[in-house]
Design a protein around this ligand. Sequence first.
Ligand code: PLP
Length: 410
Amino acid sequence: MSKKRIGVRRTKKRIYLDHAAATPLDSVIAGEIQKREKNTYGNPSALHKEGLLARELIEQSRALLADGLGISPKEVIFTSGATESNVLAICGVVDTALKQKVTRDNKPHVIVSAIEHASILETCRKLVEENKIEITYVPVLSNGIVDLKVLKDSLKKETVLVSIQYVNNEIGVIQPLKEIAKLIRHHKKSMDSKVFPYFHTDAVQAVNYCDVHVSRLGVDLMTINSGKIYGPKGIGALVIRRGNTVVPQQTGGGQEFGIRSGTENTMGIFGFSSAFKKAQQLREKESTRLRMLRDWYVGELRKHFPNIRFNGDLNARVPNNINITLPGHESEELVLRLDARGIAVSAKSACDSTSGEVSHVIRALYPDADMQSSEGSLRISMGRNTTREELKKSLQALVEASKIMLDTHV
Ligand code: PLP
């Protein structure tokens, strides 16, 4: 369905409901970045004053992030974003296991959930293709939560890594990380292993709404990024708890404690840590506000679309996410019709929104269903500026778009 056929209208004020894909840069942080850029342009590895000023800002920012995460600054490795952090975590742990020959003649075994982000799934697919690892994809129950029994039964002596996301980017479901950490601890004890398997979580979608205190969660590695928390894009971090070794995937000047070479993005790091601090300050208040809006919106959707399906658990999910299926409506067409009415939502994760296929996340929820593209999903993800008035307008637009689609497709 092309935009031409739908006829894009020029609208006055757009309504942005795609915060799971990207958040706008916080205007106060944008101003601070601009102000500081003037005297922190030096290379942070240089010995002169300009270099030292940049280094100082990076280390202050690292300490701020570490403090919020409940870890030591040396455990924060800055990267270019969540994709790089995820690739570093998976390939870095697998390379460590191969180097140390921890599985002897057997291949290292990796466990991931079936609904991970493409940066995890595609990295694992490549490692399998290269014959480097054996993989288990743990299914999810129909509410989107990982099947803990399958996970527990999948752990074996060759398992070197378990990577389970904190919050899913499409359906917003929160995974029980503490319980998973406990299963892994028991397994380690029974194997008499102090180190493997490592537990990694992709916490990109969790920072605005969940507790990300690393020790409380019991994870060894954690991915976070800035572009989903109202900070600048193109900057992220991988948390590596002390005592865990991750083989660098990017070689060069040895920055970031030798784990991630490349000149640091000073302004990105500063903006990221400021955004993280603000997200923590606003977490509870925003969660309460959005939960009320979300629950009201869910009720309204039910009234207008009696056969609507809500994808993913309605309680164990972040408060800004609604994911729906309107039977008989192709989700891409809905997205474009809403866009033409000034409303931005998404059909699935922005990273694979062009394929026209039903998302792997929705398929994983209903493995026995024969899904057509008309069974696709629509993700509505609210943010700091979302108001009830905006949601009312988006609902009206959805009702209008649905009516046209049902009328034209009979
Ligand atoms: N992981 C999750 C859960 C995401 O939602 C995203 C982006 O949508 C990524 C990883 C990739 O993030 P980045 O684009 O910063 O590499």
